[in-house]
Design a protein around this ligand. Structure first.
Ligand code: NAD
Length: 434
C-alpha cells in the first residue's frame, strides 16, 4: 500500500519507518524543512534506540522517503496518517487541534482517488468527525473515508511497541476504510495481535482512557509512597504486594517524582476538559492532574530537606533531565520543575543527561552547568539527585561519589539504589516512600 505520514516527529517517524518495514511504500512529510533535510541525509532528528538502522535500511530499500511537499506525498496515497502534535491549548487546557485541522485542509487539496485519512495523533472525541467535515467542505466531490487509529507506542521502546503492540485500535465508520486499515496492519494480523475495531468516537476515547488510567496508577502509588514515608512502610514492598494480584498487575507501580512526558500531562488535562464540556466530569482524573502537578514541585522541598533545610549557596548535582530514560524528549519532564525550583531557592545546579542536554538547554535556566559525566556532576555537590533512571546511573562508583561530593547525600527519586549499599559507601540516602 502507499502511505503518506503527515508529521515526522516521535510518532510519525517511527510509524512511517515501521510501515515501510512491513513492506508498504511510505512518504513522510513535515513542514519543518530542517528535519526533512536531515532525514534525507540519513540523520535522525530524535534519539530513539534502533531508529537510525530502521529508517536508513528502508530508505535505501526505496520504501521510505521524506519531503516537505504535501502534494507529492498525498496524491497517490491509499492512506494518509495525521501524526502531528496535539499539545495543550494555551489558556484552557483543551487539546490544540490547529495542526490536525491544518493538515486535514491540506490533504483535501492534495488527495486523488479513494483515500483513507487516519488520525494517529491523540485527539478528543469527535475530532475525526470534524476532520471529515473539513475535508468534505474543501473537496465536496472527494472520494475518501476518515478513520481513527490512536498510537500507543512508548518513547524509548517505540519500534518494538509498534511492531509488537499489545493491541491495535481502529475506529471506522465504513467497510472500505476497515479493509485498508486491515491491509496496512496485515503483518500484525498474521502475528495474532488483537485488533480492536470500533467506531471512531470510541477509538478516540480509548486512547485517553488508557493514558488517564496509567497516570492514575502512577499517582496512586506516589500517594502510597507519601504514606509510607510518614509511617515507616516501604512502597516497593507495597507495590509488589498489590502488584502480584493479577487484577492490579505490577506495571506502573513505581513511585517517583510524578509523571511527565509528551503525553500523560496533556492527555489527562484534555480528558478532564472534554469531560467537563460534555457535563460528565472525571473527578478522579481531575485529582490526578492536580496531585501530580503539586508532586513535581514538592520534589524541591524533598531535596531541600535532604540537604538539611536549605539549598541556598549549595551546589546540587542532577542526574537525568529527560522525562524517562532512552529518549531525548524533555516535554513536561519533572526536571523542568525541579531544576528551576532549586535555582529559585539559591542553589547552583550542575546536570548530566546522556541524550537530553541539547533540548534541556532551550528549556532550563542559562545558569545550569552541564557536565560530561555523572562524576563531574557530583564533584563538590552538596547532594546528588537521581531524577531519571538511565541505565548508566544504576551502577555508579558509590565510593567515588562519596569521596567527590562536598556533602555525601544521595536523593534517589527513582528508587534505583539499595539503601544499605549507598550507606555502606558513606553516603546518606533519601529515596521515595522507603
Ligand atoms: P512531535 O512534536 O514529535 O511531532 C509532530 C511533527 O508534526 C513535528 O515534526 C511538526 O513539525 C509536524 N507538523 C505539525 N504540523 C504539520 C503539518 N501541517 N504538516 C506537516 N507536518 C506538521 O509529536 P509526537 O510526539 O510525534 O506526537 C504526535 C501525536 O502523537 C500527538 O498527538 C501525541 O499525543 C501522539 N502520541 C505521541 C506519543 C509519544 O510517545 N510521543 C505516543 C502516542 C501518541
Amino acid at each position: 500500500m502507499r502511505v503518506a505520514m503527515i508529521g515526522s516527529g516521535y510518532v510519525g517517524l517511527v510509524s512511517g519507518a515501521c510501515f515501510a518495514d512491513f513492506g508498504h511504500t511510505v512518504i513522510c512529510v513535515d513542514k519543518n524543512a530542517e528535519k526533512i533535510d536531515a532525514l534525507n541525509k540519513g540523520e535522525i532528528p530524535i534519539y530513539e534506540p534502533g531508529l537510525d538502522v530502521l529508517v536508513n535500511g528502508n530508505r535505501f530499500a526505496g520504501r521510505l522517503s521524506f519531503t516537505t511537499d504535501f502534494t507529492e506525498a498525498v496524491k497517490d496515497a491509499d492512506a494518509v496518517f495525521i501524526a502531528v502534535g496535539t499539545p495543550t491549548r494555551r489558556g484552557d487546557g483543551h487539546a490544540d487541534l490547529s495542526y490536525v485541522y491544518a493538515a486535514a485542509e491540506e490533504i483535501a487539496h492534495a488527495m486523488t482517488g479513494y483515500t483513507v485519512i487516519v488520525t494517529k495523533s491523540t485527539v478528543p472525541v469527535g475530532t475525526a468527525d470534524e476532520v471529515e467535515a473539513i475535508i468534505r467542505k474543501a473537496a465536496p466531490e472527494g472520494d475518501f473515508s476518515v478513520a481513527s487509529n490512536p498510537e500507543f507506542l512508548r518513547e524509548g521502546a517505540a519500534i518494538d511497541d509498534f511492531k509488537r503492540p499489545d493491541r491495535v485500535v481502529v475506529g471506522v465508520e465504513d467497510d472500505r476504510a476497515k479493509e485498508v486499515l486491515r491491509a496496512l496492519y496485515r503483518p500484525l494480523f498474521l502475528n495474532e495481535t488483537p485488533i480492536v475495531f470500533t467506531n471512531r468516537r470510541t477509538s478516540e476515547l480509548i486512547k485517553y482512557a488508557a493514558n488517564a488510567f496509567l497516570a492514575t496508577k502512577i499517582t496512586f502509588i506516589n500517594e502510597m509512597a507519601d504514606i509510607c514515608e510518614k509511617t515507616g512502610a516501604n512502597v516497593q514492598d507495597v507495590a509488589r504486594g498489590i502488584g502480584l494480584d493479577r487484577r492490579i498487575g505490577s506495571k506502573f507501580l513505581h513511585a517517583g517524582p510524578g509523571y511527565g512526558g509528551s503525553c500523560f500531562p496533556k492527555d489527562t488535562l484534555a480528558l478532564v476538559r472534554t469531560a467537563q464540556q460534555f457535563q460528565a466530569p472525571t473527578r478522579i482524573v481531575e485529582a490526578v492532574v492536580e496531585v501530580n502537578a503539586e508532586r513535581k514541585k514538592n520534589m524541591v522541598d524533598k531535596i531541600e530537606n535532604a540537604c538539611g533545610g536549605s539549598v541556598k549557596g549549595k551546589t546540587i548535582g542532577i542526574l537525568g533531565l529527560t522525562f524517562k530514560p532512552e529518549t531525548d524528549d524533555m516535554r513536561d519532564a519533572p526536571s523542568l520543575d525541579i531544576v528551576p525550583g532549586l535555582i529559585e531557592r539559591g542553589a547552583t545546579v550542575k546536570a548530566h543527561d546522556p541524550q537530553g542536554v541539547k533540548e534541556a538547554k532551550h528549556l532550563l535556566p542559562d545558569s545550569v552547568v552541564y557536565c560530561d559525566n555523572p562524576y563531574d556532576t557530583a564533584k563538590d555537590a552538596s547532594a546528588i539527585v537521581i531524577v531519571t533512571e538511565w541505565n548508566e546511573y544504576r551502577a555508579l562508583d558509590l565510593d567515588r561519589l562519596a569521596r567527590d561530593t562536598k556533602d555525601p547525600i544521595m536523593v534517589d527519586l527513582r528508587n534505583i539504589y539499595d539503601v544499605r549499599e549507598v550507606e555502606k559507601a558513606g553516603l546518606s540516602y533519601v529515596g521515595v516512600g522507603r
